[in-house]
Design a binder for this molecule. Structure first.
Ligand code: BGC
Length: 744
């Protein structure tokens, strides 16, 4: 449709019809096109459903085609509905969770994962995905860290833009086959809830918000994402969903976002609980004034907007503005010409879980694993020589997708056991579960579709299972202990105050270590954990996150060394909970601690743990070793408009081919406001054969040095900068240059 046809359609619509476009129905509100019991309880009628502009969480080409056909027949202007869903890290083919994808340090791979998720979901009738989540995270207690790509503004920006490109295509032609409209979330600052408790209060200074939290949102907007979702939290005492300044001045004004703004699930209603709206009517008024176009999964807009207009409290133009945005999105998706878009049963059959998609998921998983420790080169395992006991609750466990894999079937997941058996049929292996994923009696809330195969509900049964595992371990040269966090222990509403492994798993680890010291822990889960115990008893630790459909194949290939690990931590692992928030890009303080406890009584430190995390951002090992030369600079002074090239020579000094993620960090040594001790500003992956070396070169331009200065102006300041280039955020390999602003 032409733009003017959309405005002409809008001019023919009644007020109710316009408001209908702003109403989103979740799947359980409708059955056969009519309101269900739960919808009726909320006062939603069949007429409301008839006018609804969008629908949430229904998938499947056949079903969506039927609903769309029926809806358009009944709608007075035959306007098609938008079908939206959380296609987070895959649809039927599930990729590793976003936090793991962050660890690939490979935006091209992440873009590919998103494009495959889009193809599958589009074939199943979906138009909009609620991804990327670009929330910066610094607190592993927060269960939703697994949905983020980590703690770094630069890495997150690369990843959020890559995901938008993957879903929408580089040209942002949403009507093209296999493309989805992307919805950036959760705007803003949702990743910083106090105490790590989900939905909790967020207090961020404007400078922290803009320098650290905004870049990844801005990158997704710049990449052209079609929608943005408000966050549940208050940001500096104002709930985002009613924050007019944040949405209209910052998001739409400064960040130039002109797409559809959708509330998070029933977040308009939550303005009442936040205490900024006395009732639903006021909540509706605040949200629409803030520029929230669609009210997700709640009837507040349809119940109150009309009355607000009729009573003269709300200009109808505000509603028209929102309706126009929704219609424009439908038009960009081509729905007025082709209301079913890509929904096609044959394509579903061909695409979902096809070989190419599974292979891409496996490769992504392989690149996301982070080798945290590998003493005595216990890994890789030897196919011929080693008898290996695979023990632990994740050995033969198909619950290895993140909690958002709501449309996937766990039965499609490859377990570690089947991955080993399929890929290495001749290897000498033993298997035993040892203990369950959670302690007996622990409550797991969630949407688990089928129960885990074995429930160990008593200490006696646990003891028997552990003893059986110990015997298995005794008969092996090496033990691969598959431990971790149940997938429902991360994700939305799954915050934790303790970050240790369940006590049954720790008991299993300790008992096995008494009989066989050659332990390699393969660690599953959605967040950084307290790994002190695992470190004490295991020679190797391989973090595999929640690796998705192809997890078992990827793990087997890494363990047996056909692929070398190359993932790097996108989020620091804390020493223990008390160290949180811990992130590499912190400020220096006025009393930075040198490490000497005897001399420095009044340094900024803990008495009982180091300041440094257990494993730092950017860290990760592989099966070979790399040596870096000193950093060399093409020049020591930088003027605006010029480029300095900072380079190192990286040499593979080990015996195997390996991939190194070379990282560049910058530090502004003196500025008008305190600056982080270092910030990631470049990274690249190089694969080198034994003894091979290569020069890695990073360009540095003035724009990389900008920040919000003492006057909140975004600019650089002249002075001395340090450039660090190394394998992780703790590197001390550095050089210095001076930024000189030219005198005009
Ligand atoms: C979550 C969003 C999600 C939405 C729709 C909310 O509870 O916070 O991230 O997209 O539900 O499922």
């Amino acid at each position: 449709m032409q733009e003017k046809e959309i405005t002409s359609l809008l001019s023919q619509m009644s007020l109710e019809e316009k408001i209908g476009e702003l109403f989103q129905i979740p799947a359980y509100f409708i059955a056969d096109g009519n309101a269900t019991g739960p919808a009726a309880e909320l006062g939603i009628t069949d007429d409301d459903i008839r006018l609804a502009g969008s629908c949430l969480s229904i998938t499947g080409a056949k079903k969506i085609r039927e609903i769309q056909r029926d809806h358009m027949e009944k709608h007075p202007h035959h306007i098609p509905m938008l079908f939206m869903a959380d296609i987070i890290n895959g649809y039927h083919t599930v990729f590793p969770i976003p936090l793991a994808q962050g660890c690939t340090f490979n935006p091209a791979l992440v873009e590919k994962a998103a494009s495959i998720a889009a193809r599958e979901a589009a074939a199943a009738g979906i138009h909009v995905t609620f991804s990327p989540m670009a929330d910066l995270v610094r607190d592993a207690r927060w269960g939703r860290v697994m949905e983020s790509t980590g703690e770094d503004p630069y890495l997150n920006s690369q990843m959020s833009a890559a995901m938008v490109r993957g879903y929408q295509g580089v040209k942002n032609k949403l009507a093209e086959k296999g493309k989805l409209a992307a919805c950036l979330k959760h705007f803003a600052g949702y990743g910083a809830p106090q105490g790590g408790r989900d939905y909790n209060t967020v207090e961020l200074s404007d400078r922290t918000l803009r320098d650290d939290y905004m870049p990844a949102y801005q990158a997704a907007v710049k990449a052209g994402c079609a929608l943005v979702m408000t966050s549940f939290n208050t940001l500096n005492r104002i709930p985002s969903t009613g924050n007019r300044h944040l949405m209209r001045d910052v998001l739409r004004g400064e960040m130039c976002f002109n797409g559809v703004l959708i509330s998070d699930w029933a977040a308009v209603n939550e303005l009442i609980f936040h205490g900024i709206a006395a009732d639903e009517k006021e909540a509706a008024l605040l949200a629409i004034r803030a520029g929230v176009d669609i009210d997700m999964a709640s009837p507040i807009y349809i119940k109150h907007l009309k009355q607000l207009v009729e009573q003269g409290m709300l200009p109808e133009e505000l509603i028209e503005e929102s309706t126009l945005r929704v219609l424009t999105l439908k038009n960009r998706l081509g729905l007025f010409e082709n209301p079913y878009k890509d929904a096609n049963e044959k394509d579903e059959q061909e695409l979902l879980l096809c070989e190419a998609h599974r292979e891409a998921a496996r490769k992504c998983a392989e690149e996301s694993f982070v080798l945290l420790k590998n003493e005595d080169s216990i890994l890789p395992l030897h196919k011929e020589n080693d008898t290996v006991a695979f023990i632990g609750p994740f050995t033969d466990n198909q619950f290895i997708c993140g909690s958002w894999s709501i449309f996937a079937d766990d039965a499609d997941c490859v377990t570690v056991k089947s991955g080993v058996q399929e890929n290495y049929p001749c290897s000498k292996v033993l298997f035993s579960d040892g203990c369950p994923t959670t302690d007996p009696g622990e409550i797991i809330q969630g949407f688990q579709k089928s129960p885990e195969k074995e429930i160990i509900d008593s200490d006696l049964k646990l003891e028997q299972a552990i003893q059986e595992a110990v015997q298995t371990a005794a008969a092996a040269d090496k033990v691969v202990l598959c431990l971790g966090e149940h997938r429902e222990l991360t994700g939305e509403g799954a915050s934790r105050a303790s970050l240790t492994l369940p006590s049954c798993q720790l008991r299993l680890l300790k008992e096995i270590s008494r009989i066989n010291p050659n332990i390699c822990v393969v660690l599953f889960g959605g967040r950084p954990l307290d790994l002190r115990e695992a470190d004490r008893h295991a020679k190797a630790i391989l973090e595999v996150w929640l690796p998705g459909t192809e997890g078992g194949n990827a793990i087997a290939r890494i363990l047996y060394g056909d692929i070398s690990p190359s993932g790097r931590l996108a989020m620091s692992f804390p020493w223990c909970v008390g160290q949180i928030p811990v992130h590499y890009n912190h400020m220096n303080t006025g009393r930075p601690f040198s490490g000497d406890f005897r001399l420095e009584r009044f340094g900024s430190k803990y008495l009982d743990i180091p300041n440094e995390p257990f494993y730092a951002f950017g860290y990760g090992l592989t099966y070979t070793t790399f040596v870096y030369s000193a950093v060399s600079l093409s020049q020591n002074r930088l003027q605006t408009g010029e480029t300095i090239f900072a380079s190192v020579r990286v040499t593979n000094t080990g015996k195997r081919t390996g991939t190194e993620t070379v990282q560049m960090y910058l530090h502004d040594t003196a500025a008008s406001v305190a600056r982080p001790v270092r910030e990631l500003k470049g990274f690249t992956k190089v694969t080198l054969n034994p003894e091979e070396s290569t020069k890695v070169c990073f360009p540095i331009t003035e724009d990389l040095l900008r920040f919000h200065d003492i006057n909140m102006e975004y600019k650089s300041e002249p002075g001395i900068f340090e450039v660090f280039i190394g394998p992780d955020s703790a590197t001390n390999n550095k050089a210095e240059f001076e930024l000189c602003h030219s005198i005009k």
